[in-house]
Design a protein around this ligand. Structure first.
Ligand code: NAD
Ligand code: TYD
Length: 354
């Protein structure tokens, strides 16, 4: 089925957290593009995230695996994609420590299969084509108290997750230099917002605060992350996909550094306020637990390049974004209950105990 739209774009991982925000944005913002969402619906993929656009005429969902070369070849043939935005990945550091091979399979092998499929389909003429690889700031390793990750910072991944993403970035650049595939990359800091699977820090804490459960802070809570509202990541991806220079990398960050403990305190106070609990109630739930092995101390981004070249800046402060996120999770009790049943309970028990 070749579509008669202006462009046909393959988004991988579009049923996950960032992917579903991106798919919704692209389907609504570009009615003359056809968006094909390829996702194999792991524990992190959820079609409920996409209800708002599931029957849009310019949208198609395909359930399938990015490591499946036969499927990829047939999709490129059927839809004649002129763009790929690649987000499908295993994305949770803690899971990568427990099961690294799944990360190599999807993040490395899957990315290489996708690069090969795009190259095979586009080899006759790369004009107007674009392969956009969405990556993470974790490839740069861990900062001390000063300094920022720049696009020129040497890679120094330290977890199986970040090592697999670093490897995938290297393969994307190899396909650019060796075969001339028109690629662009971005490396972004920690995202947060609605539809994030509640095993990542912010939704896990909101869910546990709501239920009065212990709030497991790794180590002493002094590790620092830079937090970016997911909607801001989506506008950055849109800008880079359309106007980023081929072969280039753009760092994306929120200018919102917080220690984990500061962040958990803020969430406790916001949720107590929303649930009309006495001030300070939920802070008492904080429990310091065994640190994550190889826990990166600090991530911080210099996002000067994307600002100067593409005019992009984050628009949501962390205070505003956390309030919106907490309100969303407290309202979406059905969504939360669906995603925290079954497999989630098992993961939680295995990782945190009862
Ligand atoms: P996520 O785990 O919420 O979603 C990943 C999606 O990919 C899921 O829908 C899953 O079903 C799908 N998927 C996994 N393996 C697949 C496979 N083999 N074939 C097809 N689909 C598969 O992840 P996210 O947080 O939305 O992250 C999306 C991308 O952005 C990832 O590449 C991640 O490395 C990158 N990133 C994430 C963050 C963050 O803070 N979440 C920050 C920077 C970069
Ligand atoms: P996470 O959301 O897993 O993102 P990443 O490790 O990719 O940055 O974790 C964010 C930070 O929160 C990280 O420093 C680990 C910490 N953390 C906890 O302290 N407790 C938890 O239960 C989780 C999931 C994370």
């Amino acid at each position: 089925m070749k579509t008669d739209t202006k462009r046909c774009i393959l988004i991988t991982g579009g049923a996950g957290f960032i992917g579903s925000h991106l798919v919704m944005f692209m389907v609504e913002r570009y009615p003359d593009y056809h968006i094909v969402n390829l996702d194999n619906l792991t524990y992190a993929g959820n079609l409920e995230n996409l209800k708002a656009i599931e029957s849009a005429p310019n949208y198609t969902f395909v359930r399938g695996d990015i490591t499946d070369a036969t499927l990829l070849a047939s999709l490129f043939e059927e839809y004649a994609f002129d763009g790929v935005i690649h987000l499908a990945a295993e994305s949770h550091v803690d899971r990568s420590i427990e099961n690294p091979l799944a990360f190599i399979e999807t993040n490395v092998v899957g990315t290489v299969q996708l690069l090969s499929a795009a190259r095979n389909a586009w080899a006759a003429d790369f004009t107007g084509k674009r392969f956009y690889h969405v990556s993470t700031d974790e490839v740069y390793g861990s900062l001390g108290t000063t300094g920022y990750f720049r696009e020129t910072t040497a890679y120094d991944p330290r977890s199986p997750y970040s090592a697999s993403k670093a490897a995938s970035d290297h393969f994307v650049r190899a396909w650019f230099h060796t075969y001339g595939l028109p690629v662009v990359l971005s490396n972004c800091s920690n995202n947060y917002g609605p539809y994030q699977f509640p095993e990542k820090l912010i939704p896990l804490m909101i869910n546990n605060i709501r239920h009065g459960k212990p709030l497991p802070v790794y180590g002493d809570g002094s590790n620092i992350r830079d937090w970016l509202w997911v909607g801001d990541h989506v506008t950055a991806i849109d800008r880079i996909f359309h106007a980023g220079r081929i072969g280039e990398t753009y760092n994306i960050g929120g200018n919102n550094e917080r220690t984990n403990l500061e962040l958990v305190y803020a969430l406790c106070d916001i949720v107590d306020d929303l649930l009309v609990r006495p001030a300070g109630t939920s802070r008492q739930l904080i429990t310091f637990v065994k640190d994550r092995p190889g826990h990166d101390q600090r991530y911080a981004i210099d996002a000067g390049k994307i600002k100067q070249e593409l005019g992009w800046e984050p628009s949501v402060s962390v205070e505003e974004g956390l309030a919106k996120t907490a309100a969303w999770y407290l309202e979406q009790t059905d969504w939360l209950e669906h995603v925290t049943s079954g497999a989630y309970q098992e993961y939680y028990k295995q990782h945190y105990g009862e």
